[in-house]
Design a protein around this ligand. Structure first.
Ligand code: ACO
Length: 342
């Protein structure tokens, strides 16, 4: 038994924030942001939450497949910005949709979380443990952005995207490859809560080491942009090449590559290094910015709804991000995933 994607969905907040609006907050300009990143606007949650966006995206996928909530055995939510430590985003999605039979857990693998989620769901479906799974990537990064830091606040946006996966006799998900390198975790950080109890020394670090959180650190994103840039280019290339080898699909036969939407220049650099036409790489970061674990499924749903995906197309989904983590999934698209209610 294999797994295949049978529907997609996405949801983004109502509020759009333009580069010009950011230029009123920090010392930046539309020209700088567009030239260095390709981004023009992003959606920012004002009334929405990670869980509400995740539930809306998952519901669209479920409606697209025409299935009842009871048909879902598993919900995996990939996020680095859950609304709570508990209840999890996946359990909130379950409650909102009424997927009473589903086992639910969140998965924390930075911007690679969606690809990791597809790998986990694929493995569980192949093993026979479950028959249908929702994998949703959902973020409200706006809550961990330092809105006074022009080096990071212009890069991120909020949103959610989901796929519904089902057991099938032929492989839709052909291969998943993942990798991690905790030794470089300090390049991209969002500190967690400090240790705080009657026995702790208030001045000490919680875990020591380059990526440990200290009691004084605010929980906002910090990043060594140039190191992340270098890492990203290598990680994307590795993920495409390894997924292609494992799936037995030559790179020249990949119809579209759907990379994590971090920066146009990263994608340009990969295209040039791998001598691939730039058009093979799908980008929508100009509209949504970097939505971390949500960026790939939002892009996939947009492509699906625009009729850009055809039966038999080979797609490479490629994530990279905090941890550091990276991964690629080679997917063979099936026409049954392209149906929408109404
Ligand atoms: N507006 C205007 N100037 C800015 C801004 C801004 N928003 N941000 C930085 N600058 C300035 C810097 O202060 C610096 O000024 P200086 O030369 O006077 O010191 C100058 O621009 C150049 O700064 P760099 O950091 O060297 O700019 P760079 O060309 O490297 O671009 C960027 C920065 C866009 C962040 C780039 O490094 C990058 O894209 N890195 C990858 C980051 C990324 O994608 N992260 C997320 C991936 S993983 C994940 O998604 C979680």
């Amino acid at each position: 038994m294999f797994s295949t994607i049978i529907a997609t969905g996405s949801a983004v907040p109502q509020r759009e924030v333009t580069n010009a609006e950011l230029a009123q907050l920090v010392d930046t300009s539309d020209e700088w942001i567009v030239t260095r990143t390709g981004m023009s606007r992003r959606r920012i949650a004002v009334t929405e939450t990670t869980s509400s966006l995740a539930a809306a995206a998952a519901r669209r996928a479920l409606d697209g497949a025409g299935l009842s909530p009871d048909a879902v055995d598993l919900i995996v939510a990939a996020t680095v910005t859950p609304d709570n430590f508990t209840p999890t985003v996946s359990c909130q999605v379950q409650a909102t949709l009424g997927c009473a039979r589903a086992t639910c857990f969140d998965l924390w693998a930075g911007c690679s979380g969606f690809v990791y989620g597809v790998k986990v769901a694929d493995a569980m479906i192949r093993s026979g443990a479950v028959s249908r799974a929702i994998v949703v990537g959902a973020e409200t990064l706006s809550r961990v952005v330092d809105w006074t830091d022009r080096g990071t606040c212009v890069l991120f946006g909020d949103g959610a995207g989901a796929v519904l996966m089902e057991a099938s006799p032929a492989p839709g998900v052909m291969a998943c490859v993942t990798g991690s390198d905790g030794t470089r975790g300090g390049f991209l950080r969002i500190p967690g809560l400090p240790i705080r109890n009657p026995w702790a020394d208030a001045t000490s670090s919680t875990s020591g080491g380059a990526s440990g959180a200290s009691a004084a650190e605010p929980s906002v994103i910090s990043m060594d942009g140039q190191e992340v840039f270098r890492f990203a280019v290598g990680a994307i290339q590795w993920s495409i090449e390894e997924a292609s080898k494992l799936a037995g699909v030559p790179i020249g036969r990949i119809r579209r590559i759907v990379p994590h939407q971090a920066n146009n220049r990263i994608i340009d650099a990969v295209a040039s290094r791998m001598r691939l036409p730039r058009e093979v790489f799908y980008t929508n970061l100009q509209h949504y910015g970097n939505t971390s674990a949500a960026s790939i499924p939002i892009a996939l749903d947009e492509m699906n709804r625009q009729g850009l995906l055809h039966n038999g197309d080979h797609l490479a989904l490629v994530g990279f991000g905090g941890g550091l983590t990276w991964g690629g999934a080679m997917v063979r698209w099936t026409a049954s995933a392209t149906r929408f209610p109404g």
